[in-house]
Design a protein around this ligand. Structure first.
Ligand code: NAP
Length: 402
């Protein structure tokens, strides 16, 4: 007998960043829900993209949102033309993406990459929506502010990042005093076994070829440097109010166990699933209920072992840099995130080497330690620090490339 999930499937959804890896997976989960529960499941309010106008228009024609928004204002005309006669509204530009997030919908999937998601995510938070948060950079860059905004508006935050979604399912907040440790697992990325000399000449193609997950270019590079896990420690700190010494990382190359929560009575609970983002996405869309998803299923009989190891701080210095920033607090995570975004883009553009990413972040942080412990009160303070750190990191990249 099929459960009555009408209260779940009637939720109106906005997808910010629908053309990216998470956005496409979200629409895949919604398509599956429409096949399973009825064609009107998860009506869509808005779909947004930055520049991929063709895919956005194709998604809009298939999923019938009320509105489609392209961030790159120059492509607004093309979008309008592609949607002519469909009855779907269109808009373009950065402000239009922020306004889209503020339109009434029940769930907003925040799947824009980088700190560019901060303003739209906050717009959705401020109207008290349920936020399915895939993006981690916005909470790393503006953790305190983001947390305050959620508390003030009464918004509901459901983590989509697989480790945090797993933690969300495992954590018993009524017994918060008994949570001894939350361990996030890392696959170790494509260079887990590589010596430093080989990593020094790694190409962007090698760095984005993740062994287990299919993801956007930026997060794939972050996984290769282990900065992704560092960002996730900071994300976990802000999402779950956990002190840095209750957060740990283990390398788990199979990416089956996503998070382990250890309690004071000696119990350790683990969350397992196949490495498929459609599982946490379906969980976030249906929470607190459970619904069917098209994700790959776990077959433990096929896997003959699950292994765990401690990350190597020598070859993966980004993890330590992030842990230091987590302990420092204030603007340190904002600067870390901004410098990393610039360094990753420079690496993807072949302007710096793979190992230079950590150097750019470290040099940017060293140059900014004087005022990095201040706690910003508003978005402008965050954006200002973010901009300054980007300029500095860019200058460091140029010096390295010269
Ligand atoms: N992929 C994963 O498996 C995964 C897992 C956990 C967490 N996450 C997090 O989820 C977020 C998205 O990751 P992803 O891998 O899906 O990234 P992605 O494939 O690069 O997609 C990014 C999306 O954001 C849009 N976008 C890019 N720059 C923008 C801007 N300045 N303003 C507005 N929209 C912009 C892109 O539009 P265009 O396509 O038009 O460029 C695209 O729709 C990241 O924060 C990542 O860390 C991802």
């Amino acid at each position: 007998m099929m459960a009555d999930l009408s209260a779940v499937t009637s939720r109106r959804v906005t997808v910010l960043g629908s053309t990216g890896s998470i956005g496409v997976s979200t629409l895949d989960v919604i398509a599956h829900a429409r096949e399973t529960y009825g064609a009107d499941a998860f009506p869509i309010e808005v779909l947004t993209a930055q520049s991929n106008v063709e895919l956005l228009a194709e998604q809009a024609r298939r999923f019938r949102p009320r509105m489609a928004v392209i961030g790159d204002a120059a492509r607004g005309g093309a979008l309008k033309q592609m949607l002519a006669g469909t009855g779907i509204e269109s808009a373009a530009g950065r402000e239009a993406v922020i306004e889209a997030a503020a339109r009434p919908s029940d769930v907003v999937m925040v799947a824009i990459v980088g700190a560019a998601s901060l303003a739209p995510a906050l717009a959705a938070v401020r109207r008290g929506a349920t936020i399915a948060l895939a993006n981690k950079e916005c909470i790393v860059a503006a953790g305190d502010l983001f947390r305050r905004a959620v508390a003030e508006s009464g918004a509901t935050l459901i983590p989509v990042d697989s480790e945090h979604n797993a933690a969300f399912q495992l954590l018993n907040f009524d017994e918060a005093h008994a949570i001894e440790r939350v361990t996030l697992t890392a696959s170790g990325g494509p260079f887990r076994d590589w010596p430093s000399e080989r990593m020094a000449v790694a190409t962007p193609e090698q760095a984005v070829a993740h062994p287990n997950w299919s993801m956007g270019a930026k997060i794939s590079v972050d996984s290769a440097t282990l900065m992704n896990k560092g960002l996730e420690l900071i994300e976990a700190h802000f999402l779950f109010s956990l002190e840095p010494d209750r957060l740990a990382v283990l390398v788990h190359p199979q990416s089956i166990v996503h998070c382990l929560v250890s309690y004071a009575d000696g119990s350790t609970l683990a969350h397992l699933s196949a490495p498929d983002m459609r599982t946490p996405i379906a969980h976030a869309l249906a929470w607190p209920r459970r619904m069917s998803s098209p994700s790959r299923r776990l077959d433990l009989a096929m896997l003959n072992k699950l292994t765990f190891e401690v990350p190597d701080p020598e070859r993966f210095p980004c993890l330590n840099l992030a842990q230091t920033c987590l302990r420092q607090g204030g603007l340190a995570p904002t600067i870390l995130n901004a410098a990393n975004e610039v360094a990753v883009q420079a690496f993807l553009g072949r302007r710096i080497g793979f190992l230079d990413i950590a150097r750019v972040v470290e040099d940017t942080l060293s140059a900014r330690t004087a005022n990095s412990t201040a706690i910003p009160r508003d978005v402008d303070g965050i954006l200002d620090a973010d901009r300054q750190a980007r300029d500095l990191a860019d200058t460091i990249c140029r010096r390295m490339a010269a």
